[in-house]
Design a protein around this ligand. Sequence first.
Ligand code: PLP
Length: 421
Amino acid sequence: MSKRHAATIAARAGIAQDTAFGAVTPPLYLTSTYELKAFKQPGQYDYSRSNNPTRDLLAEALAELEGGVKAIVTSTGMSACLLALQLLTPDDTLVIPHDCYGGSYRLFTNLAQRKQAFKLVIVNFQQPDWADKVAAAKPKMIWLETPSNPLLQITDVRAVCQLAKQLQALVVVDNTFLSPVLQQPLALGADIVVHSTTKYINGHSDIVGGVLVCNRVQLGDELKWWANCLGITGAPFDSYMTLRGLRTLEPRLRLQQDNTAKVVEFLARQPLVAKVYYPGLPAHPGHTIAKAQQSGFGAMCSFDLAADAALLPVFFNALGLFTLAQSLGGIESLICHPGSMTHASMDAQAQQTAGIGPTLIRLSVGIENSDDLLADLQYAFNAVANAIGRADNAGAAGSVVKQPHEQQQQFRLNPALSAFW
Ligand SMILES: *Cc1c(COP(=O)(O)O)cnc(C)c1O
């Protein structure tokens, strides 16, 4: 069969494969163990930590979506990251980006410092000297996250993979922020892709899960062995839920991305917004690379509120639609303050180095009606403006920190944004 499109792979995940009763949707196999055919004659399955038919269907679909040869479904996104790190020994060096997901940063730094599991070198891939820094580190593995969390910085995956080939290093890409519908790192030269399936792949914020996809069988077999050995494979029920969520991945993302384009356009016009972070904006430093290596700009965006951090509660309390919560990628719109939530495990210094300011706000845009989303944000900005007005009248401090030159700076929305779909 010719290569299928992502929407087809996702929609058909696990469909019409039941050999027992011809069920169109696959059954959920809630069993820890499996009966042998006869003495010394094991069947296809023996124990659910190792293999489970429901989990295997999800793994097959995700491997095909990422263009890989083998996928291992794990209990969480973090356990997918942990699994990839099994390829390292204490003598090996891992290069990570300075602005990766807070939980990944915590895993990398604690395994390196407290367990000496590997040597760790942090590189800012946004600096022009990134290649020199990576080469000097002599890494066994290079970790990428693009777009990054929460500033949506873009790394040129192809360029890093070319350097990695010369250095004989493995490249792992955390593709959580885009999903295989919008970016396929293996096709760009990466060896391994990891996901928190908790996010877009499941898309309904009702389970946690992860996946690791490999570009070659031997690597996949080794990591499959480790997943069983460590006991971090995904639960059958969570796999069932993720299969169900996965089927609508493509249309969900299309809606979420359309809404995001409108939200970004709105934010760029807001006097109370100092800066908008979205790769779809032509002014974004990673815009050109994003356009080349992604097939859409995604549904995550961030902005700096142009007000004193003391007014953040006013903004969050005024929202009625955007839910203040960690996580992302669900059909419901979420809002978060990375400094105190997703990236709280980074100390103040690390946050500052990563460019996470005190009033940075991150949005995960859902599938609600876009007019309602914009009205919700407008209401919250008005609440902040009123609070500033009251404070100014009372002669108190809390003033707008936006500079006049920033007010003139206008982002124009790239017309190609919608043309992406
Ligand atoms: C959420 C997330 C993770 C961790 O996944 P869990 O499912 O929460 O364990 C890793 N990387 C990125 C980019 C994430 O957003």
